[in-house]
Design a protein around this ligand. Structure first.
Ligand SMILES: CC(C)(COP(=O)(O)OP(=O)(O)OC[C@H]1O[C@@H](n2cnc3c(N)ncnc32)[C@H](O)[C@@H]1OP(=O)(O)O)[C@@H](O)C(=O)NCCC(=O)NCCS
Length: 263
């Protein structure tokens, strides 16, 4: 139990830039309180102590403003930030490492008792403030739901859905294959990653790097044949200085790439 609590606290500190200490998290984060109480309510629910489970769930709602039905299944390191107004339905399933902001509803649209009425969030999904995800479908791993979106259809893994009704603005397939960042992006925002200017500059730098490598190979081959090639290095150096100045403001990765280009 304490291991779970410890990893919950660590997850909150990692994902909320405002969290300054473990003590602050334990005492001031209603999302953590709601999840701890939900674990107890869910255990009661599974033992068929239905009234006690509902009562604990309502007590948690009274204390935190977060309503999680005791039948809902939550994975590890789920973080409900701020939390006020969050409602999570009976058949909802939330995977490991999901993040949910205030005002989110994981709700149902059908009244059929015993059916899967609420959504499933796979691992690492981020649901923005005020979003409503309605129905028994799946939101794929690492997907992002924009604040105030109303999602009524499945979202593919890695996709981003915004608006009402939600549309996919960034399908996973159109994204670069390499991971664009390490760790969690607070609020679901990926700095610079989808900025077309940044992507174009990175593409040019990669291209220049490959060209430089090939030119080096050609120069080496020419030198082996007895030719002397000196002017190229000076031109290269000057061009690199300009390129570096142009790109430094884009992001840290650019600087690393120009350095590797210089080598
Ligand atoms: C949806 C979200 C995850 C997208 O972040 P991102 O990957 O950085 O994407 P961008 O900001 O580049 O936006 C992509 C497009 O979606 C639009 N968009 C972004 N968020 C939107 C939203 N909530 N509703 C409607 N459209 C939105 C942008 O205008 C942009 O459209 P365009 O391509 O036509 O210009 C992010 O905007 C979001 O809503 N995060 C939740 C934040 C939150 O709830 N914070 C609460 C903290 S208390």
């Amino acid at each position: 139990m304490f291991d779970r609590l410890r990893e919950d606290i660590a997850a909150i500190r990692e994902r909320d830039p405002a969290a300054r200490s473990a003590w602050e998290v334990v005492t001031c984060y209603p999302g953590l309180h709601a999840i701890v109480l939900h674990r107890f309510a869910h255990a009661c629910w599974r033992r068929q102590w239905r009234w006690l489970a509902r009562f604990v769930s309502q007590l948690a709602r009274f204390l935190t403003g977060i309503e999680i039905h005791p039948g809902a299944t939550l994975g590890r390191r789920v973080f409900i930030d701020h939390g006020m107004g969050v409602v999570i339905g009976e058949t909802a399933e939330i995977g490991d490492d999901c993040t949910i902001y205030q005002g989110v509803t994981l709700g149902g649209t059908s009244l059929t008792r015993g059916a899967k009425r609420h959504p499933t969030l796979e691992r690492g999904v981020i649901v923005g403030a005020g979003a409503k995800v309605l129905g028994g479908f799946t939101i794929g791993a690492e997907a992002k739901i924009g604040s105030n979106a109303v999602v009524v259809k499945p979202v593919p893994a890695g996709g981003t859905a915004v608006g009402n009704p939600a549309r996919i603005v960034m399908p996973a397939v159109s994204r670069p294959k390499e991971p664009k960042h390490e760790g969690f992006c607070a609020y679901g925002i990926t700095p610079n990653a989808d900025d077309p200017m940044s992507l174009a500059i990175h593409g040019l730098i990669d291209h220049a790097s490959t060209q430089t490598q090939r030119i080096d190979e050609i120069v080496a081959a020419l030198e082996r044949l007895g030719a002397r090639v000196e002017a190229l290095n000076a031109v290269d150096g000057a061009a690199l200085v300009d390129l570096k100045r142009l790109c430094t403001s884009m992001d840290g990765k650019t600087e690393e790439r120009t350095e590797s280009l210089a080598r």
